[in-house]
Every structure is written in C-alpha cells, then in structure tokens.
Design a binder for this molecule. Structure first.
Ligand code: NAP
Length: 246
C-alpha cells in the first residue's frame, strides 16, 4: 500500500470521478478526507471505504465558500496534524450558448470550478509548506483545452485551472510540493449520463478510442501523480482522454 500514513483530501467525493479517486486512495492506505455538499451521499462513500477496511472522514462543505473550506482544513489539521494530498475534483456544468447564458450560470461555474480550487489550495498550502511535502492534483477537462459550444463558462473555468496549476507549481516547487492537473476527456459519470444519446454518439465519433473513459481510469492517473514515482513531475497536465487531444 503506497499511501499508508498519508492524509488525502478529495473534493466532490460523493460520486463519479471523486468517489473513485477516494476509493482508490483508501485502498492504498491513505486516510481520506471526503468533502462534498451532500452528507448522505458522502456517508455512503465512507461506508464503502470502511467495507474495504480503509479509513476516511466526512466533511460537508461548499468548495466555493472560503469560510467553510477553512473550517474543514482547521479540523483536519487538528485531527491529523498534516495534509499530504489535495485533489481538487468538485465541479459543475451550467451549459448554455453565450447569447443565452445568464450571469448566474457564468458565476456558478467559475465560482465552483475555479474559485473552489483557489479556496482549497490556499487553505492547505501553509500546512504543506511547513511539512516541506505536498501533492496537489487539479481536475481540469479536455474542454479547457479545445473548447466546446455551449460551455464558455465551463471551458474558461477549466482553462483557468490549468493556468492556476502552473503558477502555483512554480511558487511551491522549492518547498517539496508538486502541483499538477489531469484533463479528462468524456467520462461516464452522473455529470455525463443525462446527455442525449445523439450527443453521446457525436462525442464518441471525436474520440479515437471510440468510447467514454471510466472514472477509475482518471483515479489511476491521480494515484500516479500523488505517488513517490511522480516526485519530479510538476506544473504538468496529464491528458486522459482516449486520444481526443494529442
Ligand atoms: P459529478 O458526477 O457531477 O460529481 C461532482 C461532485 O462534485 C458531486 O458529488 C457534486 O455534488 C460535487 N460538487 C458540486 N459542487 C460542489 C461544491 N460547490 N462543493 C462541493 N462539492 C460540490 O461529476 P464528475 O463527472 O465526477 O466530475 C468530477 C470532476 O471531473 C469535475 O471537476 C468535472 O468538471 C471533471 N470532468 C468530468 C468529465 C466527465 O466527462 N465526467 C470530463 C472532464 C472533466 P452534487 O451532486 O451534490 O452537486
């Protein structure tokens, strides 16, 4: 087990990619801090971790609220003293063509997807700097690299995450902290399950591997970036997208 004794925070851990990341890290011995908005779903994930004989704790917080995020981190530091891993995974979509997009749709997506990454990274960085160790992985998207009609808000937020990743990586590299991003392509999760079949077919045509990814394929890439084997990798984006962007 490669993460025995490590403390790992995963945001948006209730379902989809975040749930799979949390389960993967707990299987590797990490004590996983599960963060999401809804308590019930989080507790189901905590039960799954416990059934696998793993360790986790549950924190309800909105990643877009710095006050709530700070409260989570204060409690985690009180209980565990250290934070080794942060996986900024929570994200939302509010799709619309720009002509019809409301200010609320723009603000909601930017606030969760980009400010959420700022909030959690800011809240953990002091602890990581004093430990001279840390790994941050931000979940971006292929849409932040290539754009997608109807997703100006989402594409801007995910491209913003890539810029944030590179800037923070440069700031903290001398302190033993790495900061990287993963840009998934289309992944079969609750976020994509309601896409009309016709739209799914069009996306699959664009993917050289002719299928959506699975959440555990993203989790494996996260595990690698958090591992000791990835110690000399920082400020990078790993594309896990079936060849959609090369
Ligand atoms: P998902 O199934 O919708 O899961 C996202 C989780 O984040 C949900 O549990 C959601 O809770 C939670 N969340 C939303 N807003 C939050 C907030 N303000 N604070 C705390 N938690 C919040 O999505 P997913 O497909 O697993 O996506 C995970 C990440 O991968 C996202 O950043 C997404 O943009 C990115 N991504 C996904 C795909 C894909 O094809 N699925 C592709 C590229 C990138 P609620 O359900 O209660 O809202």
């Amino acid at each position: 087990m490669i993460f025995e004794g490590r403390v790992s925070i995963v945001t948006g851990a209730s379902q989809g990619i975040g749930e799979n990341i949390a389960l993967e890290l707990s299987r590797e011995g990490a004590d996983v801090i599960l963060v999401d908005i809804q308590k019930e779903k989080l507790e189901e994930v905590a039960d799954k971790v416990a059934r696998n004989k793993g360790k986790s704790s549950v924190f309800c917080a909105d990643v877009s609220r710095l006050d709530q995020v700070k409260e989570v981190i204060e409690k985690v530091v009180q209980n565990h003293k250290r934070i080794d891993h942060l996986v900024n995974n929570a994200g939302i979509t509010r799709d619309n063509l720009l002509m019809r997009m409301t200010e609320e749709e723009w603000d909601a997506v930017l606030t969760v997807n980009l400010k959420g990454v700022f909030n959690f990274s800011k809240a953990v960085i002091r602890n990581m700097i004093s430990n001279r160790y840390g790994r941050i992985v931000n979940i971006s998207s292929v849409v932040g690299q290539m754009g997608n009609p109807g997703q100006t808000n989402y594409a801007a937020s995910k491209a913003g995450v890539l810029g944030f990743t590179r800037a923070l990586a440069r700031e903290v590299a001398p302190r033993g902290i790495t900061v990287n991003a993963i840009a998934p392509g289309y992944v079969a999760t609750p976020m994509t399950e309601n896409l009309p079949e016709q739209v799914k077919k069009i996306f699959i045509e664009l993917i050289p591997m002719k299928r959506f990814g699975s959440p555990d394929e993203i989790a494996h890439a996260v595990k690698f970036l958090l591992s000791d084997e990835a110690a000399y990798i920082t400020g990078q984006v790993i594309n896990v997208n079936g060849g959609m962007v090369m």
